[in-house]
Design a protein around this ligand. Sequence first.
Ligand code: TRP
Length: 334
Amino acid sequence: MKKTILTGLRPTGNLHLGHLFGAGQNYVKLQNDYEFFLEIADVQALTDNFNDPEKVRKNVYEITTDLLAIGIDPNKVNIFIQSQISEIAELTIFFSNLVTISRLYRNPTVKSEMAQKKELFGNDGESITYGFLGYPVSQAADITIFSGELVPVGDDQLPLLEQCREIVRKFNNIYGNTLIEPQPVLSETTRIKGLDGNDKMGKSLGNAIFLVDDEETITKKVMGAVTDPSKIKKDDPANPDICMVYYYHNLVTPKEELETVCSECKKGTRGCVNCKKQLIKNLNEFLKPIKERRKQYEENPEIVKDILEKGTNIAKKRATENMNKIKEAMKIDY
Ligand code: TRP
């Protein structure tokens, strides 16, 4: 029997290089050896986008198309829509008795997100909603309703997984051994830096290169990328280790070419403009097969809908089976 993997993505925007290197490539590798459930977490996306349902709906399709474009094989991975699996919402309610409010407030991921969303939740988080504070509980339900054993995530998600494991232990203690305690799977690279040198590439940080960016957009973005500030003239020697252009060369440039980039930069025989042009060319080359595959799905949106429907049906079946066991354990199987 193959082990079960579950992971999720919030449909709030298109995938960028951070998603690809930090997570997507790992999914593509894992899809061959596991039973894989990939959740488009629209209900979770609504916890901080409840006032913009149109955006969430649109991005369910956008993100699914991106996932297919990077090589997620719908015959191997069940891509499904969270809101269509009512068992998740049900289990969230059952779990809510097993979590204290103060434990949720102490969750580091919730804390830092709350701080980023002052506009929505107030300066000290005083207007935080019940739904947003509780999304770790709902995420625990996402994982356990499918008996997910392994959860590929970025390191920012580890506190959520720890909270899930606590809930599972508590559930099993009270109601008997029913749920599986999941383990995280970290990818080799869990985080990609932004064009501005920020530790994280993110849509809201405005420092991301999206898989759907056209050549003109990529050119503009790379031309504005942060380089070694001590390099003033074209032939000043510089330190590639603090240059974002070199950082991205590392991701997409062939090894030999990369060595030249590095040594010429250090010697001062390479100007930043040429170096950027070379990166733009390599980035475009790298993204070309992804964009080609994406185009096929864009032109046939009904295929994307079918894939989601098929994945959601399989997920629903698994969730129903597990919900029966859960209700039995909780003595609510009338
Ligand atoms: N919280 C995750 C993120 O923001 C998305 C997510 C939803 C998820 N449900 C999940 C991740 C279940 C892992 C498992 O990226």
